[in-house]
Design a protein around this ligand. Structure first.
Ligand code: NAD
Length: 477
């Protein structure tokens, strides 16, 4: 664990094992934080918030520091990518060319912000202004304080960067709790943060389980804000633990994102886009295109195309050359995915392709049809490579189906018709709507969940807002 600039074991000496999900072999023993460790980390973050080294660092220097972190990550890109793949399972291609560069871009984007955090001057009309005097009123934007950042295992480094970069840009200090399945890239990043010259205590990393370290962080009275990405179930618990003491809370939660393929779509790109949208990273993607609604004119072609795409993906160890799809993150996650498919089979769902488990953690890309609206396969987030494809005839009907979900994270529409693209985008209940693409994400694009997919936004200026408070200063001159 990284606390106040020191690498420490857990206070009670306990550890947990992080494993390579492709082989089940142990990679490393990691310190297992409990409440006393979390308390120490929060105290370090609180101290750093008040320290002159951090508080008085000029905005331009803070920006340069963020840029230096990005440079160091770029220098260590191969190590970070291999570590992410080893610990999480995803293909090295995904880590090396997709996710680690995306994490680096978070730091580069927010490196530009510290010098552009502005308050307002406000003309007032206060009747209490003494005669002959003026009132000068302005706002200051100040860091929200100590941030507890809790991240999931599906894209660990990106999720970490999405919180650290804006929080640091705003001048906050942080206690980061990586997911228990995938702590390694966070630990590696901690070393790079030190090398970049981040003052001690500004970022602290407590590795451990959600129910003890995570909960202790969420409940800690000196944590001013919790920035959480994870499941909706845990998000709702955080509303109890962090929300009841009125800590600021942003929640990036689960999804069951719909994709609508119109009859005028460029079909090869639509099939490729939605296939990648659900099969990449084994479907362990919050915005995965899990529900596909294809117009009846193109339905058979979409099913056949998705099945062929899934069958063409090479499964294997993420580090092996040529691997498209690695294992799922754990045996437990694979049990969960297999359980959904078994349930669907017993309910009469048609398995067009895939639906096969191999070993503890591999699951083939799966295309399902004949799934009815009330089935769990249609309603719940599976977080596996499982696409449910449904035909539609009528536009209003399909928009209704797409919105018939407790989630509202993302959606995509595939059409060559400009008007339909805009119209459907406006009607879909989702934080992000893509037209003729899926999973196009970047630090400049605000991302957040409507409905049960979350509270607040990450990325863009909205992402920075999460880490700022407004203070109004009123002065009689
Ligand atoms: P999870 O909710 O089980 O765990 C997420 C994090 O919370 C982990 O670090 C975990 O240790 C911690 N945690 C668990 N219980 C806790 C508690 N009681 N108090 C505090 N912390 C606790 O989620 P997961 O299985 O790791 O990740 C998958 C989920 O994350 C999916 O639902 C997915 O959709 C979601 N996700 C959402 C986004 C988004 O941007 N909306 C992005 C990625 C993943």
């Amino acid at each position: 664990m990284l606390i106040d600039g020191d690498w420490l074991p857990a206070s009670d000496g306990s550890t947990f094992t992080t494993i390579d999900p492709a082989t089940g072999t142990a990679i490393a023993e990691v310190a297992r934080a409990t409440a006393p460790d979390v308390d120490k980390a929060v105290r370090a973050a609180k101290g750093a918030l008040r320290s002159s080294a951090w508080r008085e660092m000029r905005p331009a220097e803070r920006g340069a520091l963020l840029w230096r972190i990005a440079d160091l990550m770029t220098e260590h890109l191969d190590d970070l990518a291999q570590l992410e793949t080893l610990d999480q399972g995803k293909s090295l291609r995904t880590s090396r060319f997709g996710e680690v560069p995306a994490a680096i871009n978070q730091f580069r984007y927010y490196a530009g912000w510290p010098t552009k955090i502005l308050g307002d001057t406000i003309p007032t009309s206060l009747s209490r202004t003494p005669p002959g005097k003026e009132v000068f009123a302005y706002t200051r934007r100040e860091p929200v304080g100590v941030v507890g950042a809790i991240v999931p295992w599906n894209s660990p480094l990106i999720m970490t960067a999405m919180k650290l970069a804006p929080a640091l840009a705003a001048g906050c200090t942080i206690v980061l709790k990586p997911a228990e399945n995938t702590p390694l890239t966070a630990i590696y990043l901690g070393q790079l943060l030190q090398e970049a010259g981040l003052p001690d205590g500004v970022v602290n990393i407590v590795t451990g389980y959600g129910h003890d370290a995570g909960q202790a962080l969420a409940e800690h009275p000196d944590v001013d804000k919790i920035a959480f990405t994870g499941s909706t179930a845990v998000g709702k618990r955080l509303v109890q633990s962090a929300g009841t003491r009125l800590a600021r809370l942003t929640l990036e939660l689960g999804g069951k994102s719909p994709s609508i393929i119109m009859p005028d779509a460029d079909l090869p790109s639509a099939i490729e886009g939605v296939s990648r949208g659900i099969f990449d990273n084994g479907g362990q993607v919050c915005v995965a295109s899990a529900r596909i609604y294809a117009h009846r004119d193109v339905y058979e072609e979409v099913i056949a195309g998705m099945a062929a795409t899934g069958e063409g993906l090479a499964m294997g160890h993420g580090l092996a050359a040529g691997t498209d799809l690695g294992p799922l993150v754990s045996k437990a996650q694979t049990d969960r995915v297999a359980g959904f498919i078994d349930e669907g089979r017993s309910e009469g769902v048609r398995v067009v392709s895939g639906g096969t488990r191999s070993g503890d953690t591999f699951y083939t890309p799966t295309v399902l049809t004949d799934v009815t609206p009330e089935m769990r396969l249609m309603r719940e987030e599976i977080f596996g490579p499982v696409a449910v494809v449904t035909p539609f005839d009528d536009l209003d009907e399909v928009v209704g189906w797409a919105n018939d979900s407790p989630y509202g994270l993302a959606a995509s529409v595939w059409t060559e018709g400009l008007s339909n693209g805009h119209r459907i985008a406006a009607q879909l209940e989702a934080g992000t709507v893509w037209v003729n693409c899926h999973s196009f994400l970047g630090p400049e694009l605000p991302k957040g969940g409507h409905k049960e997919s979350g509270w607040g936004y990450e990325n863009g200026p909205q992402g920075l807002e999460n880490y700022l408070e407004t203070k109004t200063v009123v002065m009689v001159l």
